[in-house]
Design a protein around this ligand. Structure first.
Ligand SMILES: Cc1cc2nc3c(=O)[nH]c(=O)nc-3n(C[C@H](O)[C@H](O)[C@H](O)COP(=O)(O)O)c2cc1C
Length: 172
């Protein structure tokens, strides 16, 4: 499949089938995340793969949007390890983490799986429950699974609401 088709077919999936995800596919998703570019190649990112009963229970305490997935990847960027742009002092930790997260959602799609970028997270709580995340900016968590055939597992109406090229592109 060409990239544009892949990018257009990706959508936020909010219900999964009760079908296990192959470890080989999870490994490929993580490999795609590790391949992401980062400013100065600092790679100030970390991925937590949550698949234990205890870990998933904790995730359900910090977001209502785990969607019952049995594999959830949390993505964080560590400001202390990221490039800082001199001209305005901007720390690129979140930018780098968001790029890696974009690799994750597209790799998921390419493998026939589905996910949603979940930003509704109780950040103080997730850091309390997972102390290893304390020094990271958490950009999102990603429940991964096979799409349910019901409406919640398919693209929402919002998915199709795109700004037009004229609204979003300026040629200077
Ligand atoms: C940074 C970010 C945070 C998001 N947080 C949530 C969320 O917490 N819960 C949710 O159901 N969807 C969340 N989404 C999904 C968006 O609602 C979705 O991408 C948007 O409506 C477009 O739909 P589509 O992804 O199906 O194309 C988030 C997306 C992004 C990029």
């Amino acid at each position: 499949m060409d990239f544009l088709t892949l990018a257009k077919e990706r959508y936020s999936c909010r219900k999964f089938k009760d079908q296990p995800v192959e470890q080989e596919k999870i490994d490929k998703i993580i490999e795609a995340a590790i391949s992401a570019p980062s400013a100065t190649n600092a790679q100030p990112v970390h991925f937590w793969l949550i698949n234990s009963a205890d870990g998933l229970k904790k995730i359900n305490e910090v977001t209502p949007y785990g969607f019952g997935a049995s594999n959830i990847i949390v993505v964080g960027g560590k400001p202390a390890e990221a490039w800082i742009r001199k001209s305005d002092g901007k720390n690129f930790s979140e930018v780098d983490a968001a790029i890696a997260a974009s690799h994750i959602i597209l790799a998921v799609q390419a493998l026939g799986l589905r996910t949603t970028w979940v930003g509704v997270i109780d950040i103080p709580k997730i850091k309390e429950l997972f102390p290893e995340m304390a020094e990271y900016e958490i950009v999102g968590l990603f429940p991964i699974g096979y799409a349910d055939d019901s409406a919640a597992g398919q693209p929402s109406k919002r998915h199709f609401m795109r700004k037009t090229r004229d609204e979003i592109v300026t040629i200077l």
